[in-house]
Design a protein around this ligand. Structure first.
Ligand code: VTB
Length: 324
């Protein structure tokens, strides 16, 4: 934790978990129905409603888009009653709208709260990312090193062969060379269709078998993943990928001065931060929503950087009418 900013109230961590729970229960009604838009809207509505009853003076810094394109939870929108601490809110109400629509694994609702002014205000562009879990020497991988150097260095640090390393990469044509280069080292590649926040966090959990996350995904998702790693441990670097003058202008508007800057984890999430996520479909990190005994169960992870506490909450909701 950096000492410059005040610690966020610990109760806020549990409140954040309640917000992601509600969003997950509401969006889960759309699992497998082929309707990404409705699934996302359900999560957005629920998240906004729950955030607005919290005693915080919140500002959305990573949200559904800019004001003119997102009617709700847009960047700059105030959330909360305005009575509590000033917090930056980063959210992805439904990370994996397609995963939800197709009932595929790893869809989750995601929220981070950080001391005001401490999260990178990332534009809605791409970000080149690399991440590994905790307990490894600092700098074991680097965004500017070749895939082969990164795999070899990581294998050495873990005391295994490169062929024992598994990298998680988004399955996109833009990653064809990267995937080839990783496989040439002997390492395995786990391809995901969406959901790279889960991909980054997976590196922190040996049970997932994922050692490394690498490749280009959404910049907002990058900041949310960084917020999680600040709490749970691990290393991550990110560099914005701007593809047009229009994107550069957006980034500049958000305060980005150097478009080639390699952001370290502590620069993407520099202050006290809370991260919460609830599973919508079963995944590496979380179980999804399950129907049990006339109600639903939720599985939520809540973490705080100030204390390094990681809580997993299995909750049962027997009266889901109130979520409607
Ligand atoms: C990733 C992934 C998201 O977008 O960030 C990806 O985590 C990046 O964009 O779930 P492309 O789809 O253009 O590659 C998602 O897949 C969807 O927001």
């Amino acid at each position: 934790m950096t000492a410059k900013t005040p610690n966020l109230n610990r109760m806020l961590a549990l409140e954040m978990g309640r917000v992601t729970e509600r969003a997950a229960v509401c969006s889960a009604l759309w699992v497998g129905r082929g309707d990404e838009k409705s699934a996302d809207q359900a999560a957005v509505d629920a998240m906004r409603k729950e955030l607005n009853v919290l005693d915080i003076d919140g500002t959305v810094v990573i949200g559904e888009g800019e004001r003119d394109e997102a009617p709700m939870l847009y960047i700059g929108e105030s959330v909360g009653t305005g009575k509590g601490p000033k917090v930056d809110i980063a959210l992805d109400p439904l990370e994996g709208t397609t995963l939800t629509a197709k009932a595929m694994p790893n869809a989750m609702t995601v929220l981070a709260a950080a001391a005001g002014g401490t999260l990178l205000n990332a534009p809605d562009t791409y970000m080149d990312k690399i991440a590994v879990g905790g307990g490894l020497p600092a700098g074991v991988v680097d965004l500017d090193a070749s895939p082969a150097d990164n795999i070899n260095s990581l294998a050495k640090a873990k005391g295994v062969k490169p062929s024992d390393i598994t990298a998680c990469i988004l399955d996109r044509p833009r990653h064809a060379d990267l995937i080839r280069a990783v496989r040439e080292t002997g390492a395995r590649v786990t391809l995901i269709t969406d959901g790279d926040i889960a991909g980054v966090i997976a590196t922190t959990d040996p049970e997932t078998g994922i050692d490394l996350y690498i490749g280009v995904g959404g910049a907002p998702e990058g900041v949310l993943a960084a917020a999680a790693l600040r709490c749970i441990g691990g290393q991550m670097q990110g560099r914005l990928v701007t593809q047009s003058d229009e994107q550069k202008a957006r980034a500049a508007k958000m305060g980005v001065k150097d478009f080639n800057k390699k952001f370290e984890l502590n620069e993407m999430a520099s202050g006290d931060v809370i991260f919460a996520a609830t599973g919508v479909t079963d995944g590496w990190l979380l179980d999804g929503i399950h129907h049990v005994h006339g109600g639903v169960s939720t599985h939520t992870i809540v973490m705080r950087s100030a204390t390094g506490t990681v809580r997993r909450l299995k909750s049962f909701h027997y009266s889901t009418d109130k979520f409607k």
